[in-house]
Design a protein around this ligand. Structure first.
Ligand code: ATP
Ligand code: MG
Length: 250
């Protein structure tokens, strides 16, 4: 099983929208796929029309050895399931740091789902608290959406400093451009700069009303609007992710 976390210090940069679309693409490519929504906002859960309800709450999931898989629900799309988020996850950091072995709590969840799924995409809340800190050391790839704007690029530098402090290998980090608006001269300039000076993935997800509509339609953009520019970019992104994970992709 391959685990990928969508994470960033910044909020509102496209983590959830990307999680849902990449998961739909992974499932369509034939991989048994799970979205693990570890964000109390439960955005990925509701984008797929799944009830935001974690049985026993975050305490049972992250603070005990009890069944970790009972809350998993089907998404309605073949091969795609969801381990839902709910508001109890606001306590995730307290629960994880209160465990005797913090890293074990998240590893246990990943181990419990490893037999049933080929790919797990974890949708993290913004920022990096104890739970995300532990998670980033338990996954195979960290996908970080970055808006081409100065403060966003600085936040990425800080994020990569934190990863360095945590002893994570630099190749774990896979930033990509998100919410790109090519009409903005600054976006165009920073895109060029990023492409020459930084190791970003090649895909750049544009601002798109098809993505914005997803929470209302409760269908992944790549399914509802496969020809939109955003869906084309999501497919490019999935191809790059699959390549990194050594997964077959069409
Ligand atoms: N490519 C896009 N085009 C247009 N709107 C987008 C795009 N990606 C995300 N959005 C919108 O921007 C907002 C934030 O997106 P999203 O929830 O995916 O970000 P996030 O990083 O998960 O946020 P949070 O940090 O709050 O979890 C949402 O309203 C979403 O619909
Ligand atoms: Mg989110």
């Amino acid at each position: 099983m391959h685990a990928v976390a969508l994470t960033a210090l910044k909020g509102g940069v496209g983590k959830t929208s990307t999680t849902v679309n990449l998961a739909a693409l992974a499932a369509a490519a034939g991989h048994r796929t799970l979205i693990w929504d570890i964000d109390p906002q439960a955005g990925a859960t509701s984008c797929l029309g799944v009830k935001p309800k974690l049985r026993g709450g975050a305490q049972r999931l992250l603070g005990t050895d009890r069944d970790h898989t009972g809350s998993i629900r089907p998404s309605g799309l073949p091969r795609l399931d969801v381990l839902p988020g709910d508001v109890s996850l606001r306590e995730a950091d307290v629960i994880v740091s209160g465990n005797r072995k913090p890293r074990r709590s998240l590893k246990r969840v990943l181990a419990a789902v490893s037999r049933d799924y080929d790919v797990v995409l974890v949708d993290c809340p913004p920022g990096i608290g104890p739970a995300t800190e532990v998670l980033v050391r338990s996954v195979d790839l960290l996908l970080v959406p970055v808006v081409p704007a100065p403060l966003d690029l600085r936040a990425l530098d800080r994020f990569s400093d934190v990863l360095g402090d945590l002893g994570a290998p630099p190749e774990l980090l896979a930033p990509f451009l998100s919410l790109v608006d090519r009409r903005k001269p600054l976006h165009r300039r920073l895109m060029d700069e990023v492409r020459t000076n930084r190791s970003f993935l090649g895909a750049a997800v544009p601002v798109s009303s098809a993505v914005e509509r997803m929470p209302l339609e409760q269908i992944p953009t790549v399914v509802a609007a496969p020809r939109s520019l955003a869906s084309i970019a999501m497919r490019e992104l999935w191809a790059e992710v699959a390549e990194r994970l050594d997964l077959p992709h069409p």
